[in-house]
Write a protein that binds this ligand. Structure first.
Ligand code: DHB
Ligand code: MG
Length: 218
């Protein structure tokens, strides 16, 4: 499904503050070394995550799904003094790439990469977090959202990545468990009385994906 004219997406990217040379190298290495580089957040989403971290003055950030680190590095550079990101993933190879760039960027002391399934890691954590970015295995999105509610407080943000998936989420009868998990999580988020949620359908995957943001209000 053609959600956004590529020219409009390129225009938005051209008018976003550049992430810089290190992030460009990280993106290039991700394209070279991984089979699904589109899992990486790009410049626009990376900058937007950083913006949200700055906006809420986040001190504690939790990310589910490190991949090669573009998003954790983006969020870490928006942290105020003493701020910290915990980011978890099951893949040691991609996490090693993230760790290497975090060190080079001088952000390693602000980011703790944890290896292991998100569902196990999240159950071991103590809140509250000021921002939770859910970007791991989509089948578990409903569980991640429930945990995120437990681990946040009023004023925190909960973000779910990839809520459009090139329009595939529109199929209520989809057999794709990622679509099912995402649809269920969005139903929960939009009906949850403790948050106000907005789904944005054009960020990520060159304008063919989206993410949903919930502000915890209660
Ligand atoms: C996929 C996962 C992501 O987190 C993403 O941002 C894009 C694509 C995927 O599973 O295909
Ligand atoms: Mg994603």
């Amino acid at each position: 499904m053609n959600l956004v004219d590529p020219k409009a997406d390129a225009y938005a990217e051209a008018h976003t503050t550049p992430s810089g040379e290190l992030y460009e190298r990280l993106a290039a290495e991700t394209h070279e070394k991984t089979s699904i580089p589109q899992m990486m957040v790009g410049e626009v989403e990376g900058r937007f995550l950083e913006f949200l971290v700055r906006l809420v003055g986040a001190k504690r950030v939790l990310e589910l799904g490190t991949f090669t680190g573009y998003s954790s590095l983006s969020m870490a550079r928006g942290l105020s003094d003493g701020g910290h990101v915990i980011s978890c993933d099951v893949n040691p190879e991609t996490t090693a790439i993230a760790q290497r760039y975090a060190e080079e960027a001088g952000l390693a002391d602000r980011i703790e990469y944890r290896l292991g399934p998100g569902i196990e890691t999240i159950a071991q954590l103590e809140g509250p977090f000021d921002l939770v970015f859910i970007d791991a295995d989509k089948v578990n999105n409903p569980h991640y959202f429930e945990w995120a509610l437990k681990l946040t407080k009023r004023g925190s943000l909960i973000i779910i990545d990839n809520v459009v998936r090139e329009g595939s989420v529109l199929d209520a009868a989809s057999a794709d468990t990622s679509v099912q998990g995402t649809r269920r999580a969005l139903e929960m988020m939009s009906a949850e009385p403790r948050v106000t949620a907005t789904a944005i359908q054009t960020i990520g995957l060159k304008g063919h994906d989206g993410f949903a943001i919930a502000l915890v209000t209660g």
